[in-house]
Design a protein around this ligand. Structure first.
Ligand code: TXA
Ligand code: MG
Length: 315
């Protein structure tokens, strides 16, 4: 019997070719992958995650030329974005080819696609002759996994194999952009700062408006620990919750509370993003009563961090 966690790419590939599902590492978070062209395999992903079928999946490809297998046409700007950010944490939502099953896109006529920047994920994708549909490998609504052990803790009894590529170096999901009436819009802030995208294609509308009937990355309550989460000024919040055991998420300073997770003592937003989901899990598993999180600077990866914290706090 094969171990649940390992780094055997050939074994992962074999399971996927047989229509199975496998948890895979990416630079952002671990994904739960299936053959994107095999509806029965994709259905298993929805079942294991208990994910509603109105939530579309991101399709992962191993090579730039493979984009044409899933995308019908590349609108202006798309190639420049691929040149700059692929492989990497940028998902492009583009008109889909008919071969992509409706289950993957929730019936939308667009598909989200990216090339992940992780050596094992790339080796796996390049050894397959189909792309992989993969949402984050967590039960729907809960904090995303950034280590193989996180996946094992929650889905270990429901999947055959977790390909272990070490801790994710970006730590928050990909940035998602798409087109609305010919204009580029941001669907989800993530691992690539919007400022960097705007250097390539100009102004990107930062819409938090629900541009699609269904975009659960945009659902208010998401990425949520079981414990209550409050985001804001931590000094004020600590006062308000002083009768409780406080678990705090702080940017750079240690605070004298029951437990405190400092995301980056050097004040680096990329490092903070990398540690965010682990910190939420650690505090959720601790004996604190409430999680208080500092609001991060609203720039660069700080936007993705604030977005995840805001949704973790939404009930
Ligand atoms: O970094 C990531 O993007 C990770 C890794 C595994 O690649 N994946 C990820 O997948 O975060 P997931 O399923 O947790 O989030 C996918 C989100 C959907 O909830 C939806 O908001 C958006 O991507 N999405 C996918 N297809 C879309 C489409 N056709 N139109 C608009 N949004 C789409
Ligand atoms: Mg997710």
């Amino acid at each position: 019997m094969k171990q649940l966690i390992g780094d055997d790419v050939a074994h992962a590939a074999e399971l996927l070719r047989e229509g199975g599902i496998v948890a895979i590492p990416t630079e952002t978070v671990y994904g739960l992958a299936a053959n994107a062209f095999d509806e029965a395999a994709v259905l298993k992903v929805f079942e294991v995650k208990q994910r509603p079928s109105f939530d579309p999946l991101i399709v992962h490809i191993g090579r730039r030329e493979d984009v044409h297998r899933v995308v019908k046409e590349l609108p202006p700007g798309a190639e420049a974005l691929m040149d700059h950010f692929w492989p990497g944490p940028l998902t492009l939502v583009l008109p889909k080819q008919d071969i992509v099953p409706d289950l993957v896109t929730s019936g939308l006529d667009t598909v989200g696609v990216r090339i992940p920047a992780h050596p094992l994920a790339l080796e796996l994708l390049r050894s397959l002759d189909f792309p992989l549909a993969a949402p984050s490998a967590n039960p729907f609504g809960y904090v995303s996994p950034t280590t193989a052990q996180h996946v094992a803790d929650q889905l270990g009894d429901r999947i055959p194999y977790i390909l272990d590529g070490g801790p994710c170096i970006v730590g928050v999901e990909s940035t998602i952009v798409g087109l609305d009436d010919g204009r580029w819009v941001l669907y989800r802030p993530g691992g690539i700062a919007v400022e960097r995208i705007e250097e390539v294609i100009g102004r990107v509308a930062v819409t938090m408006k629900k541009v699609m009937p269904v975009a659960p990355g945009m659902l208010e309550s998401h990425y949520a620990p079981r414990k209550p989460v409050h985001v804001g000024d931590v000094i004020t919040l600590s006062q308000q919750h002083k009768s409780k055991r406080i678990g705090m998420i702080s940017f750079r300073e240690d605070h004298d509370v029951h437990c405190c997770e400092v995301l980056s003592s050097s004040g680096d937003l990329s490092e903070a993003a990398r540690h965010l989901f682990s910190a939420l899990r650690t505090l959720d598993a601790s004996d604190c009563d409430v999680i208080l999180a500092e609001r991060f600077p609203d720039e660069g990866l700080g936007r993705a961090i604030n977005d995840r914290l805001r949704r973790a706090a939404a009930r």
